[in-house]
Ligand binder design. Structure first.
Ligand SMILES: CC(C)(COP(=O)(O)OP(=O)(O)OC[C@H]1O[C@@H](n2cnc3c(N)ncnc32)[C@H](O)[C@@H]1OP(=O)(O)O)[C@@H](O)C(=O)NCCC(=O)NCCS
Length: 160
């Protein structure tokens, strides 16, 4: 892989992040809208806010991002709210680098575990395999959570 850099997200990343959310074809229009709202909050609050975001740049081009946040009313539980890699850059280790950065950051803030909620649909099989390869354990499932036939699968990694 070429020159990969992970850094805190910046306002100038917004257009590229919007494009990758549309083009990766994993997200509904409503999900893209919510991801952009969280991004706006994340950019306003920075790394000390409720939604820290990190951007991946490959050869100077924005190609992926991740968003985490401390889960309210917990001691040391964090959620990963979003991760996306532009389809042209997938399968090159960018996702894993973002995941690792998210974990390093959460640990640095005293986080004890990172929780991920994702879809149980077959279209998300590669995504679920990605989480397992990154060391996440499937810890639960709620049937028909998102809509009929679309379960929510919970993954967790202990960071201590
Ligand atoms: C899930 C996602 C973030 C993973 O990102 P990615 O950059 O493709 O992931 P990686 O390249 O780190 O790892 C994925 C695969 O590439 C392989 N890989 C890792 N490093 C690699 C490298 N240097 N070169 C080639 N392949 C590599 C991994 O073994 C893995 O293989 P797999 O296809 O058997 O799973 C990305 O596919 C994505 O954005 N998907 C759509 C959005 C989505 O589903 N988001 C999560 C919603 S909950």
């Amino acid at each position: 892989m070429g020159n990969l850099k992970i850094r805190a997200s910046l306002r100038r990343d917004r257009k590229a992040i919007h494009e990758m959310l549309e083009q990766c074809s994993a997200f509904t229009a409503e999900e893209v809208r919510v991801a952009l709202e969280i991004l706006a909050d994340g950019l306003a609050g920075g790394l000390d806010g409720d939604y820290p975001h990190f951007t991946a740049e490959l050869e100077g081009r924005v190609c992926g991002y991740v968003c985490v946040g401390k889960t309210p009313l917990t001691h040391g539980t964090w959620h990963e709210y979003w991760i996306c890699v532009h389809p042209d850059a997938q399968g090159k280790g960018v996702g894993l680098a973002l995941q690792t950065q998210a974990e390093v950051f959460v640990r640095s803030r005293g986080g004890e575990r990172l929780v991920i909620e994702t879809s149980g649909r077959s279209a998300y099989a590669r995504t679920r395999r990605f989480y397992r390869q990154a060391g996440y354990r499937r810890v639960g499932l709620i049937r028909d959570f998102y809509r009929p036939g679309d379960d929510c699968v919970f993954f967790c990694k202990e960071l201590a």
